[in-house]
Design a binder for this molecule. Sequence first.
Ligand code: ADP
Length: 258
Amino acid sequence: PIRLGGTAPPGKLLADVKRVIAVASGKGGVGKSTTAVNLAIGLARRGLAVGLLDADIHGPSLPRMLGITGQPEVRDKRMVPIEAWGLRAMSIGFLVEERTAMVWRGPMVMGALNQLMGDVEWGALDVMVVDMPPGTGDAQLTMAQKVSLAGAVIVSTPQDIALLDARRGVAMFEKTNVPVLGIVENMSFFCCPRCGERTELFGHGGARAEAATLGVPFLAEIPLLLDIRTSSDAGTPIMASAPESDAGRAYAALAAKV
Ligand code: ADP
């Protein structure tokens, strides 16, 4: 990992977590949550104790992606993360209906984030992967300042507009002295499930070039694959259900780099 201007101040939150890694994107819908989930499972498969925190308060997708319908247990007034696919996971989506979370105002969002970090019995973790809210607003800035982030992984599609937003994400982490671990290009290319032909739907290689321009590592190219989408929707992430697939191998390679 490279450092862009110093070290983040040590946070009191998540003190038993060795490394907190934020997975962020400049805008929604680029596959940030999908990347966070599969990266986290990839890290767990490497033998690490891994937590997965859904900080995407307005659009929590972990319950669906991990196939979790239950609510967390409460022990000694602290919530216990739900275990799934070798991870300890926590999401506001375990506690309230998705639609309730959508309409929260800023201070409530920060309160909820504090609770998900401070009032949860995470236990000792080697790494916590945080699925950040999309964009570069107040919630993101506060997270970056409050939590001692070991680094940030920025997810982008190859398209110009998504890259532009990714650039803002990189700038935000630089400003808050969080090292940018690198950029992941998601939906990098499409492989036809029938004939195997490769199509570059959103262009290709843009994120790699952008990473070079920004001087941050380029971490992975994740193809646009039907199996990634269907396994996510079914609550059985591809890294857990088919780790030997092309997608599984791409996520495993990503996990080896962060
Ligand atoms: P974000 O967190 O950036 O809003 P998501 O991870 O929720 O994005 O992904 C948005 C949609 O795109 C989901 O339906 C997800 O299953 C799908 N998706 C994400 N990455 C891929 C991929 N590489 N191949 C196919 N579908 C994908």
